[in-house]
Ligand binder design. Structure first.
Ligand code: G6P
Length: 361
């Protein structure tokens, strides 16, 4: 039974563990033997006619959209705007001439996203829903659907949907880049996603280390920060959301360079700051920011890709193309949130005040 916890104490842990298999399944579903992308050709043709892609989403799906923007722009060279559904529908920016709308929604039922889809359809704009639930409302109402095929996600805190959404967007970016002739081929997606799946497996196979860091950093703290730059910043937003939604630690994801412009005043003796470092161009700058918070008493946990690692870094991740790094950096963050929640005695799968899918605006 797909919605059975099996031997797992919580769905969230099962769903974290499923991520390598989800990535591999997406590659075998959407990437053919001869590097042909198996998406509806009409979908790719419509996307290729656009001058800008608008990704509309909420919550974790919004964070996946932020990571996806960098991938689409790097691979297909098409500009992407990422919009919060609850804001966008009521405060429409000036749109590009030929927008294409992508709705990212695990459930396909989020009312905030749906109101945008309804309005954009009225305006005659083409749309795609990327969802885990076939025949869901957003899937039925958009022009096209691409499925995440991640299997049911039961835990309220979304995990495998985030990595599946980024993976599908990367596959779509490749298909679009091929169609437009804009992909420079620098990223061999089949091999990168295979590396990513293997690396995810390595991380989930070594949970004990992360359980130990959860205890060391999160056992009693009322607050915590995740910091990073570029993709590491966007992953930090998701990492902080995971921690706060289930462990109730007040956590913030922050652009590493921005902390000193105000928020650093919150750093006290022992405040946990978790730094994500996977981008060569900014690694040194983020290390500088780590020193700044350490000088104010912060306790730092460094999550670093192996090509940039230094001896004092606690968690070293296998290196993959840096634009795909959120696929990896999010895994220890998910596990840290999971263990912090267990250690603090809360129900991981059913946090207070939250619903898996929110069908009111
Ligand atoms: C709810 C869930 C979040 C989710 C968000 C968007 O708030 O608790 O985990 O990210 O909705 O959901 P969707 O199904 O549209 O991705």
């Amino acid at each position: 039974d797909a919605v059975d916890k099996g031997t797992y104490p919580f769905f969230m842990l099962k769903e974290i563990d499923e991520q390598p298999a989800v990535i591999r399944r997406l590659v075998s579903t959407y990437l053919g033997e001869r590097d042909d992308y198996r998406f509806d050709p009409q979908l790719i043709a419509k996307m290729a006619e656009a001058d800008q892609i608008y990704i509309v989403a909420a919550g974790t799906s919004y964070h996946a959209g932020l990571a996806a923007k960098q991938i689409v722009e790097e691979v297909a060279k098409m500009p992407v705007a990422v919009e919060l559904a609850s804001e966008f529908g009521y405060h429409l920016p000036i749109l590009s001439k030929r927008p294409f709308f992508v709705f990212l929604s695990q459930s396909g039922e989020t009312a905030d996203s749906r109101q945008v889809l309804v309005k954009m359809k009225e305006l005659g704009y083409p749309s795609l829903t990327i969802t885990n639930v076939d025949r869901s409302t957003l899937s039925r109402e958009a022009d096209f659907t691409v499925l995440l095929n991640a299997g049911p996600e039961i835990a309220v805190a979304s995990t495998k949907a985030y990595t599946a959404q980024i993976t599908v967007m990367a596959l779509l970016a490749k298909a679009l880049g091929q169609k437009l002739g804009t992909d420079d081929g620098k990223i061999d997606l089949r091999s990168e996603l295979s590396l990513a799946a293997n690396a995810m497996q390595t991380i989930v196979d070594n949970k004990e280390a992360i359980e130990g860091y959860a205890k060391e950093f999160f056992e009693t703290t009322p607050k915590a920060f995740y910091i990073g730059r570029g993709q590491d910043y966007f992953a930090s937003l998701e990492a902080a959301l995971k921690l706060k939604e289930i462990s109730y630690i007040q956590a913030e994801g922050f652009a590493a360079g921005e902390l000193k412009h105000g928020t650093i005043s919150l750093i006290e003796n022992g405040t946990p700051v978790i730094a994500l470092i996977t981008d060569q161009a900014t690694a040194g700058l983020t290390r500088g920011n780590i020193k700044e918070v350490e000088a104010r008493g912060a306790k730092t946990l460094k999550i670093v890709s192996e090509n940039l690692a230094e001896s004092a870094d606690q968690l070293v991740l296998p290196a993959i193309a840096s634009v795909l790094s959120p696929l990896l950096t999010v895994i220890p963050a998910q596990l840290l949130a999971y263990y912090a929640t267990i250690q603090r005695g809360y129900n991981v799968d059913q946090p207070r005040n939250l619903a898996k899918s929110v069908t009111v605006e």
